[in-house]
Design a protein around this ligand. Sequence first.
Ligand code: KG4
Ligand code: ZN
Length: 337
Amino acid sequence: MLVLGIETSCDECSVALVEDGTRLKGMLIATQDEVHAPYSGVVPELASRRHVETILPIYREVLNGVKCVPGDIDLVAVTVQPGLAGSLAVGVAFAKALAVGLGRPVVGVDHIPAHLYAIQLERKVPYPFLGLVISGGHTLIARCLGPTELEVLGTTIDDACGEAFDKVAKHLELGYPGGVAIDRLARRGDPKAFSFPVPSLHKGDHRYDVSYSGLKTAVVNQLEQFRNPGYEATRENIAAGFESSAVDMALNRLRRAQRDTGMDRIVVAGGVASNSYLRSRLSDWKGAEVFVPSKRLCTDNGAMVAGLGYHVYRERGAGNLDLDILPKVAEFRGNYP
Ligand code: KG4
Ligand code: ZN
């Protein structure tokens, strides 16, 4: 079954063709960095407008690139939640129009399990496994029981990890996009230059939760207070100090979840999973086999949507043309979605 996947939940416009949920035939990802760079952050109205401009050309280019015609598509899958309302709406409207025009079914896909599915396009990771989604919009640890079945153990109680990267980079003018800029600077810095505060979320309901707003405030507003004697507050040292604190916080919670659940397979996905320091820490992880998709499948992409869409269709059948968007999901704790 040839599935066309469409992803427009934030500022990446991506279209991909995936065969039977696993074989990636072709994909394009149009980034919008030059649109948002002057504002050092994604401007929702500009993002959706750019999606309107790019979606049809990249759809055509993906099909041409793999010598397919529209009639070859068996199913259209599109991200419907969570994300920026205007951005999601462009992808969903395009998907519905295409489905009607081609006389093919359409399914709505959730962006969170889609990130955790991305690895399956590169290698088969058997379920169940422990998953960490670490992106610009979300930070979440879940037991993944199947492609569409997550049991959420912990989330962020305020900002997402990638959001903290982006905000720190914006306020300290470290570059745009923020995550990549900090990653690059941190390679030449010393993480020991700063000792930023670690939130104390140890007990009960918060055992696997993270919190990034305190770290962000410390780096942006109280930097000198956390500088260690003998180190300079260079851009490189700030980036390295922040990066290690941000990544270690998520990985410490992941380690705790691994110990408590006894799960011996871990999948880490989402934009921040392309961070160099995070990838190096995961490369010698003890006690579990760790799987991280290649960088282009960590950040937002249509392939993960097509891949998961295949399973959504098999499990629940086609959606209908009432398919709506859900920018904010109500609750992350417990069974999700
Ligand atoms: O998964 P994604 O493309 O979009 C969301 O679902 O949010 O993740 C984007 C996030 C942004 O916050 C971006 O700064 C971050 O991923 N990111 C990185 C790196 N590359 C992207 N953060 C740290 N290091 C990177 N190399
Ligand atoms: Zn994402």
